[in-house]
Design a protein around this ligand. Structure first.
Ligand code: SF4
Length: 213
């Protein structure tokens, strides 16, 4: 696919969506950041300090801990009103650590991806066993663990192995397309890119090998 122009700031054109978040211009030159579902709603809890996002990112609407920051369970009900766009970047960084930088690097054509087998193969200690996962088990695990509806909103860029096998035959092709809005809202949205299997997937692979799943 054709990458967006890397010389243009990814946050320059507003409104802009990334994951479940929408960033917008507001009157008098300020900016708002909110959950995409909450756009235009009244009665949201207003924050002016970007660091408040650290706590908001921690739990979902039901108060459950969010171990995966890119899971599709971002809590609702908040609105950041910010004077500077740099503050909006800080909010995004708290909600989706490292994702803006990964997107920028990808736009420059310099994002390195790592095949799943390589990631599993370099594990040490208790996670070394994850490398023993079979092809069928890996196909099923990635197909369920990484799915956008209920698993993770990232767009997968890595392959299963060095030969370029698909991460999972159970995932739709759009799961690997940075232009696709993984939230299913069918809006223009910046992707949350996944360049390498995360620690949670590695741990899940170990559980499969150990018969814990
Ligand atoms: S491996 Fe990537 S896509 Fe899968 S759950 Fe982890 S961060 Fe999400």
């Amino acid at each position: 696919m054709r990458r967006p122009d890397a010389s243009v700031d990814w946050l320059e054109v507003l409104p802009c969506c990334i994951g479940e978040i929408r960033i917008m211009h507001r009157a008098a030159g300020s900016f708002t950041v909110s959950h995409r579902d909450d756009t235009g709603l009244e009665g949201l809890a207003v924050y002016r300090d970007a660091d408040a996002a650290i706590e908001l990112a921690r739990y979902d609407d039901a108060g459950r801990y969010r171990s995966l920051k890119t899971a599709p369970n971002l809590r609702h009900g908040w609105l950041f009103v910010l004077d500077r766009l740099e503050q909006a970047r800080e909010v995004i960084e708290h909600f989706y650590p490292g994702r803006a930088a990964a997107y920028q690097t990808w736009r420059s054509g310099e994002l390195r991806t790592t095949p799943l087998r390589e990631t599993l193969g370099r594990q040490t200690g208790m996670y070394r066993a994850s490398a023993k996962i079979s092809e069928r088990q890996a196909d099923e695990l990635v197909g369920t663990f990484c799915r956008s509806d209920g698993g993770c909103l990232r767009t997968i860029l890595w392959k299963r192995d060095a030969a370029g096998a698909s991460p999972s035959t159970l995932l739709p092709k759009v799961k690997f397309d940075p232009e696709f809005d993984q939230t299913g809202r069918d809006e223009a949205a910046r992707p949350l890119l996944c360049q390498e299997a995360c620690n949670l997937l590695v741990a899940a692979a170990r559980n499969v090998v150990k018969g814990g799943q």
